[in-house]
Write a protein that binds this ligand. Structure first.
Ligand code: FPP
Length: 271
């Protein structure tokens, strides 16, 4: 290989310009949701403590957030701590909370500079108080930003989210602020933690597991699922761009026929 070709190859390996060229910038998914799985296995393969796997996972978060911003994704939701994760060993929970705290403290300034709006969804009230106030500070200080929305799912469970939505609706029913006939899909969506956000277009899960594990069950009924065998700490820019390219090759039909989608005719034709 001559010198010029080798320089080009090296460059495209580091900035993924070859992958960037394959991206259709007119069809970027608005909302990407990620189940960041495999930190523990990544650490075990290196005979290092699990928490080191989570720490390496934060680097992958940084890279994916940067790439999402660069290609113009509107919302990135990361499953950082599930309701089920509360059952992990106390030491691991403590370490994860520490990482989270460190992350927010470090990133508030960066998010302000980079026009990122920060959000957190889940039973936030169950997190340690210092983390709750940091999350609130990050949300308050970035509320005006209109770039990427970085949404962390923390103490999040999809079924719990639905329970919370039902409770909020029942309160309004018993207070006669709404009537039963007003309860519809739109009302339920508006009572979820994600009320302000569009449904995810693609949900990525790393580490080879192929299930959604209580992540955004209501919102993901028409979401494209993408499973990667790569452990989360190794899921970087290249792997993220590959997922987006894969998504862009799919035909999303939302229950219609392929023909209807092609001719841009939807529901109106059906009734
Ligand atoms: C799943 O891997 C990952 C988690 C439970 C935590 C995800 C957390 C991070 C990536 C770091 C913190 C994030 C932020 C934004 C500060 P696992 O532990 O279940 O892996 P395993 O299945 O291989 O054991």
């Amino acid at each position: 290989m001559n010198k010029e070709a080798s320089t080009i190859e090296k460059k495209s390996r580091t900035d993924n310009s070859d992958l960037i060229q394959q991206i259709d910038f007119s069809a970027i998914p608005k909302h990407v949701a990620i189940i960041m799985d495999g930190n523990g296995r990544w650490a075990r393969a290196r005979s290092i403590p699990r928490i080191q796997g989570h720490r390496a996972g934060v680097k992958a978060v940084d890279e994916v957030v940067t790439c999402a911003m660069e290609i113009g994704i509107k919302v990135l939701t990361l499953y950082a701590f599930s309701m089920e994760n509360w059952q992990r060993p106390k030491e691991e929970i403590r370490a994860l909370m520490y990482l989270l705290k460190e992350y927010i403290i470090k990133k508030i300034t960066v998010m302000k500079q980079k026009n990122i709006r920060f959000m957190a969804i889940g039973r936030i009230e169950e997190l340690p108080r210092d983390i709750q106030s940091l999350l609130k500070q990050a949300e308050d200080e970035t509320r005006q930003n209109d770039g990427l929305i970085l949404n962390l799912a923390l103490s999040y469970g999809g079924r719990t989210e639905i329970v919370d939505a039902v409770r909020s609706i029942l309160k309004d029913l018993s207070g006669e602020r709404i009537r039963i006939d007003q309860v519809d899909e739109a009302l339920i969506s508006s009572r979820l933690y994600t009320a302000e956000l569009p449904d995810p277009d693609i949900m990525i899960r790393t580490s080879g597991e192929q299930r959604i594990s209580n992540f955004l069950p209501w919102q993901s009924v028409y979401t494209e699922l993408y499973f990667s065998p790569i452990w989360w700490p190794d899921f970087r820019r290249t792997e993220f761009l590959e997922a987006i390219i894969n998504f862009q090759k799919r035909e999303r039909r939302f229950g219609l026929t392929g023909e209807q989608i092609k001719t841009n005719k939807g529901k109106e034709d059906a009734f």
